[in-house]
Write a protein of this length. Structure first.
Length: 239
Protein backbone atom coordinates (compact mmCIF):
# COMPACT_ATOMS: atom_id res chain seq x y z
CA UNK A 1 0.00 0.00 0.00
CA UNK A 2 2.76 2.40 0.99
CA UNK A 3 4.69 1.45 -2.14
CA UNK A 4 1.66 2.31 -4.33
CA UNK A 5 1.25 5.65 -2.54
CA UNK A 6 4.83 6.70 -3.24
CA UNK A 7 4.46 5.53 -6.84
CA UNK A 8 1.35 7.70 -7.31
CA UNK A 9 3.13 10.71 -5.77
CA UNK A 10 6.08 10.23 -8.12
CA UNK A 11 3.74 10.13 -11.12
CA UNK A 12 1.98 13.34 -9.99
CA UNK A 13 5.31 15.13 -9.50
CA UNK A 14 6.46 14.01 -12.94
CA UNK A 15 3.21 15.30 -14.49
CA UNK A 16 3.50 18.76 -12.93
CA UNK A 17 7.15 19.03 -13.89
CA UNK A 18 6.33 18.19 -17.49
CA UNK A 19 3.40 20.67 -17.47
CA UNK A 20 5.59 23.46 -16.13
CA UNK A 21 8.27 22.77 -18.75
CA UNK A 22 5.62 22.92 -21.49
CA UNK A 23 4.45 26.34 -20.29
CA UNK A 24 7.97 27.71 -20.17
CA UNK A 25 8.67 26.43 -23.66
CA UNK A 26 5.67 28.22 -25.19
CA UNK A 27 6.45 31.28 -27.36
CA UNK A 28 6.25 34.56 -25.44
CA UNK A 29 6.24 32.96 -22.02
CA UNK A 30 9.85 33.98 -21.37
CA UNK A 31 10.94 37.63 -21.85
CA UNK A 32 13.15 38.06 -24.90
CA UNK A 33 16.44 39.40 -23.58
CA UNK A 34 17.48 40.50 -27.08
CA UNK A 35 14.55 42.85 -27.75
CA UNK A 36 15.07 46.64 -27.97
CA UNK A 37 16.68 48.64 -30.75
CA UNK A 38 20.35 49.52 -30.63
CA UNK A 39 21.34 53.16 -30.30
CA UNK A 40 21.76 54.82 -33.69
CA UNK A 41 25.08 56.33 -34.72
CA UNK A 42 26.70 58.17 -37.61
CA UNK A 43 26.58 55.02 -39.78
CA UNK A 44 22.77 55.21 -39.70
CA UNK A 45 22.67 58.70 -41.22
CA UNK A 46 21.62 59.18 -44.86
CA UNK A 47 24.74 60.89 -46.20
CA UNK A 48 25.47 62.32 -49.63
CA UNK A 49 28.53 63.84 -51.18
CA UNK A 50 28.49 67.54 -52.02
CA UNK A 51 30.82 69.65 -54.14
CA UNK A 52 32.25 72.23 -51.76
CA UNK A 53 33.79 75.12 -53.74
CA UNK A 54 37.42 76.00 -53.15
CA UNK A 55 36.67 79.74 -53.40
CA UNK A 56 40.35 80.63 -53.55
CA UNK A 57 41.12 84.27 -52.70
CA UNK A 58 37.52 84.86 -51.63
CA UNK A 59 36.94 86.42 -48.24
CA UNK A 60 34.51 84.97 -45.71
CA UNK A 61 33.35 81.50 -44.72
CA UNK A 62 30.69 79.31 -46.28
CA UNK A 63 29.74 78.02 -42.83
CA UNK A 64 27.30 79.49 -40.34
CA UNK A 65 29.75 78.34 -37.68
CA UNK A 66 33.27 77.21 -38.50
CA UNK A 67 33.21 74.75 -35.59
CA UNK A 68 31.42 71.42 -35.63
CA UNK A 69 28.76 71.45 -32.90
CA UNK A 70 27.18 68.31 -31.32
CA UNK A 71 23.61 67.97 -32.57
CA UNK A 72 20.54 65.79 -32.24
CA UNK A 73 19.32 64.52 -35.61
CA UNK A 74 15.77 63.27 -36.13
CA UNK A 75 15.40 61.18 -39.29
CA UNK A 76 12.42 60.80 -41.61
CA UNK A 77 11.67 57.31 -40.26
CA UNK A 78 11.53 58.61 -36.68
CA UNK A 79 15.00 57.45 -35.69
CA UNK A 80 17.10 59.78 -33.54
CA UNK A 81 20.88 60.11 -33.65
CA UNK A 82 22.48 62.09 -30.83
CA UNK A 83 25.78 63.89 -30.26
CA UNK A 84 26.79 64.08 -33.92
CA UNK A 85 29.05 67.10 -34.65
CA UNK A 86 27.59 69.16 -37.50
CA UNK A 87 27.93 72.54 -39.13
CA UNK A 88 25.66 74.35 -41.57
CA UNK A 89 27.04 75.05 -45.04
CA UNK A 90 25.29 78.21 -46.21
CA UNK A 91 26.72 78.16 -49.74
CA UNK A 92 25.47 74.63 -50.47
CA UNK A 93 22.40 74.84 -48.20
CA UNK A 94 23.37 71.67 -46.37
CA UNK A 95 24.01 70.38 -42.87
CA UNK A 96 27.43 68.73 -42.93
CA UNK A 97 29.11 65.97 -40.95
CA UNK A 98 32.65 64.68 -41.16
CA UNK A 99 33.00 60.96 -41.86
CA UNK A 100 35.93 58.92 -43.16
CA UNK A 101 38.02 62.05 -43.61
CA UNK A 102 35.54 63.95 -45.78
CA UNK A 103 32.54 66.22 -45.30
CA UNK A 104 29.16 64.91 -46.39
CA UNK A 105 25.68 66.35 -46.13
CA UNK A 106 22.79 64.78 -44.23
CA UNK A 107 19.91 64.30 -46.66
CA UNK A 108 17.09 63.69 -46.07
CA UNK A 109 16.31 64.44 -42.45
CA UNK A 110 13.36 65.64 -40.38
CA UNK A 111 15.05 67.98 -37.91
CA UNK A 112 18.52 68.87 -36.66
CA UNK A 113 18.95 70.75 -33.39
CA UNK A 114 22.00 72.07 -31.56
CA UNK A 115 22.87 74.70 -28.96
CA UNK A 116 25.41 77.50 -29.17
CA UNK A 117 26.38 78.93 -25.80
CA UNK A 118 27.20 82.55 -25.03
CA UNK A 119 30.04 83.61 -22.73
CA UNK A 120 27.51 83.83 -19.89
CA UNK A 121 26.43 80.23 -20.48
CA UNK A 122 23.08 81.05 -22.10
CA UNK A 123 22.03 78.54 -24.76
CA UNK A 124 20.87 79.68 -28.19
CA UNK A 125 19.06 76.81 -29.89
CA UNK A 126 19.39 76.36 -33.65
CA UNK A 127 16.79 74.24 -35.45
CA UNK A 128 16.98 73.14 -39.09
CA UNK A 129 14.27 71.30 -41.04
CA UNK A 130 13.46 70.00 -44.50
CA UNK A 131 10.18 68.90 -46.04
CA UNK A 132 8.39 72.20 -46.59
CA UNK A 133 6.26 72.94 -49.69
CA UNK A 134 7.88 74.29 -52.84
CA UNK A 135 8.18 78.06 -53.05
CA UNK A 136 10.21 80.19 -55.44
CA UNK A 137 13.28 78.07 -56.28
CA UNK A 138 13.12 76.04 -53.05
CA UNK A 139 11.93 72.43 -52.88
CA UNK A 140 11.10 69.92 -50.16
CA UNK A 141 14.82 69.10 -49.89
CA UNK A 142 15.74 72.71 -49.11
CA UNK A 143 17.03 73.33 -45.59
CA UNK A 144 15.48 76.10 -43.50
CA UNK A 145 16.41 77.46 -40.11
CA UNK A 146 13.29 77.55 -37.91
CA UNK A 147 13.42 80.84 -35.98
CA UNK A 148 9.91 80.61 -34.51
CA UNK A 149 8.07 77.36 -33.96
CA UNK A 150 4.58 76.47 -32.83
CA UNK A 151 1.22 74.90 -33.60
CA UNK A 152 -0.21 77.96 -35.37
CA UNK A 153 2.70 79.45 -37.30
CA UNK A 154 6.36 78.82 -38.01
CA UNK A 155 8.82 81.45 -39.16
CA UNK A 156 11.48 80.00 -41.45
CA UNK A 157 14.76 81.53 -42.56
CA UNK A 158 16.46 80.53 -45.80
CA UNK A 159 20.14 81.48 -45.84
CA UNK A 160 22.16 81.80 -49.04
CA UNK A 161 25.50 83.13 -50.25
CA UNK A 162 27.08 84.42 -53.42
CA UNK A 163 30.47 85.77 -54.39
CA UNK A 164 30.62 89.49 -55.09
CA UNK A 165 33.32 92.05 -55.76
CA UNK A 166 34.06 94.00 -52.60
CA UNK A 167 34.78 97.73 -52.66
CA UNK A 168 38.47 98.41 -52.11
CA UNK A 169 40.88 101.31 -51.95
CA UNK A 170 43.43 101.31 -54.72
CA UNK A 171 43.78 99.37 -57.94
CA UNK A 172 43.52 95.83 -56.59
CA UNK A 173 40.24 93.93 -56.53
CA UNK A 174 38.87 91.65 -53.85
CA UNK A 175 36.02 89.19 -53.81
CA UNK A 176 34.07 88.07 -50.79
CA UNK A 177 31.12 85.92 -49.81
CA UNK A 178 27.95 87.91 -49.22
CA UNK A 179 25.24 86.31 -47.11
CA UNK A 180 21.56 86.99 -47.65
CA UNK A 181 18.39 85.64 -46.10
CA UNK A 182 14.69 85.39 -46.80
CA UNK A 183 11.95 84.79 -44.24
CA UNK A 184 8.85 82.67 -44.82
CA UNK A 185 5.81 81.85 -42.75
CA UNK A 186 4.46 78.30 -42.68
CA UNK A 187 1.10 77.18 -41.28
CA UNK A 188 -0.10 73.66 -40.35
CA UNK A 189 -2.48 73.59 -43.33
CA UNK A 190 0.61 73.27 -45.53
CA UNK A 191 0.76 76.84 -46.82
CA UNK A 192 4.05 78.72 -47.06
CA UNK A 193 4.36 82.44 -47.83
CA UNK A 194 7.22 84.84 -48.36
CA UNK A 195 7.54 87.53 -45.68
CA UNK A 196 8.39 91.10 -46.63
CA UNK A 197 9.50 92.91 -43.50
CA UNK A 198 7.59 96.09 -42.75
CA UNK A 199 3.91 96.95 -43.11
CA UNK A 200 3.37 94.13 -45.61
CA UNK A 201 4.58 91.50 -43.13
CA UNK A 202 1.15 91.29 -41.53
CA UNK A 203 -0.41 90.11 -44.81
CA UNK A 204 1.74 86.96 -44.67
CA UNK A 205 0.00 85.73 -41.54
CA UNK A 206 -3.23 83.68 -41.81
CA UNK A 207 -6.36 85.83 -42.07
CA UNK A 208 -7.83 84.08 -39.03
CA UNK A 209 -4.94 85.41 -36.92
CA UNK A 210 -4.84 88.96 -38.29
CA UNK A 211 -6.92 90.59 -35.55
CA UNK A 212 -4.95 88.85 -32.81
CA UNK A 213 -1.65 89.70 -34.51
CA UNK A 214 -2.56 93.38 -34.82
CA UNK A 215 -3.46 93.50 -31.12
CA UNK A 216 -0.12 91.91 -30.15
CA UNK A 217 1.79 94.39 -32.32
CA UNK A 218 -0.05 97.27 -30.65
CA UNK A 219 0.30 96.07 -27.06
CA UNK A 220 3.98 95.13 -27.37
CA UNK A 221 4.91 98.03 -29.67
CA UNK A 222 6.45 95.67 -32.20
CA UNK A 223 8.21 96.92 -35.31
CA UNK A 224 7.74 94.39 -38.10
CA UNK A 225 10.67 95.87 -39.98
CA UNK A 226 12.81 93.89 -37.53
CA UNK A 227 13.20 90.13 -37.70
CA UNK A 228 13.41 89.89 -33.91
CA UNK A 229 10.03 91.60 -33.45
CA UNK A 230 8.49 89.39 -36.12
CA UNK A 231 9.72 86.35 -34.20
CA UNK A 232 8.19 87.74 -31.00
CA UNK A 233 4.86 88.14 -32.80
CA UNK A 234 4.92 84.52 -33.98
CA UNK A 235 5.83 83.29 -30.51
CA UNK A 236 2.94 85.23 -28.97
CA UNK A 237 0.49 83.86 -31.55
CA UNK A 238 1.59 80.32 -30.71
CA UNK A 239 0.86 80.68 -26.99
Amino acid sequence: MQKNFFLRMALVATFFAAFQFTLLAQPGSVPDQTTGSAELNINDLPLRSVNIPALTDVGGSIYLSTDFIPATIRLKDGGVVKNIPVRFNIYNNAVMVRKDGSEQKIDPFEEITYNVYTNSGEANTFVFRQGYPDIENHSASSVYQVVADGAKVQVLKYLSQKVEDAPTLGDYSRRELVKSQQLYIYTPDGEIKKIILGKKAMSSFPAALTAQAEEIVKVKSLNLKNESDLVVLAQELNK
